[in-house]
Design a protein around this ligand. Sequence first.
Ligand code: AHR
Length: 508
Amino acid sequence: MTSTTTAIINLDLAGPTISRHVYGQFAEHLGRCIYGGFWVGEDSEVPNVRGIRSDVVEALRAIRIPNLRWPGGCFADDYHWRDGIGPRDQRPRMVNSHWGDVVEDNSFGTHEFMDLCEMLDADPYISGNVGSGTVQEMSDWVEYLTRGDDSPMAALRRENGRDEPWKVPFWGLGNEAWGCGGHMRIETFAALARQYATYARNHGDNKLYRVAAGADTADYHWTETLMRSFGDLAADADGAAHPYQALSLHYYTMSGDWADKGAATSFTEDEWYLTLSRAHRMRELLSRHSTVMDRYDPHRKVGLVVDEWGTWWNVEEGTNPGFLYQQNTLRDALVASTHFDAFHAHADRVVMTNIAQTVNVLQAMILTDPDTNALVLTPTYHVFAMNTGHQDAQALDVHLRDVPTVASDGRELPLVSASASTKDDGALISLSNLSTDEDRTVQLDLRGRSVAGFTAQILSAGELSAHNTPEAPAAVAPADHAGVRATERGLEVDLPAHSYVTVSLRLV
Ligand code: AHR
């Protein structure tokens, strides 16, 4: 017999807006993310526009990626932007010591990145170098990008072929300052963040939203110290005196530990639940970091930016261990869907997130074959596609009843995860069944508005470890879901074991 869960949603009680930037992406100079992923060069046989792969751009435009973080990650605190401008054949080389110890030729630099963002119609989120850079270097980069007159940096940009300044809304102040970004103590970094933020200036009408490198996982002391360094937030009504506007948080999901993270495609049922339980931990982390932030910032002016999240598995056999190339299964899709439920539930604090990373690295949207150049969309890509309707919609609370749990990793993992949002005359409901073997029916008790019509999609597969390859690119792909029926109270949704379902409502 199929068990039933009830989900009560007041369709007329719209909560905070889920920023589209929650669906952000991350592209680092790491492995084949930039080179071979986004960038193939103008002379490549792979169809490209000015060196950027056309099929990658097309796939990402389809999921409406709102922003792209670049150039790292750890790489950002080693990166000196002047090496990546001017004629490509004259750019200095450097060693990418974090990622594979390979030589970086800087052929993808500032102009190429901004060109990519324009092609994607995505906002740039640039991570400035605090670890090994200087305040002057960061200040100059901001001026180079965003200043319109004949200032020295604007003139240099023009010499390199770009007349108009770009718009750069998001600016990172360092990355993982507690680790690869300088192994700093929080007291040191808190002072540096204020200093660097001061000189990352607004030019003309470009207003930077500055994000200070935040905590690792459950380091609440890091968050607390940064928040304390803001001074009296309550007295600063419009936030004008804040040196920066947000803090970040990094959290990765794995079934093992850092020495042996677990395999992407071969795992036991226990590892399935362990992984999803650790993904579920994101809810606790957001609650606890928000509680710390609330103490100093009760009106929630300071944003929390989860600018690295996702699964991190052992690399695929035969690949460079420094390139972090991994496959992506139905399990990764459910890690993504449950993260989004957590982000939606914290829409009033979480202003942006960036999954790590977009192409060929960690929990990627897209995998490209280094030999044939074939492109594969991952199960995680499809979750982003099914969720586009949540972007800039208003969050709706979902009250779940009769949700079974499984004990894993010291917590009770609820086996149904859900979130919902509403925009104009529509609503989108997301439902994940994390059970390996138990189908469920979800009774949607929909209140406050009437449903005039609905459509539904399902993402699932016969095997828990199903994944897409060039030979089987649609082993995990969304399909129309016929298992939704109107009831007196709303809708009844079939939610098969290990599946993700979205239901779009037309409301009157
Ligand atoms: O995303 C891969 C790496 O993970 C990033 O460079 C770093 O910030 C984090 O440790």
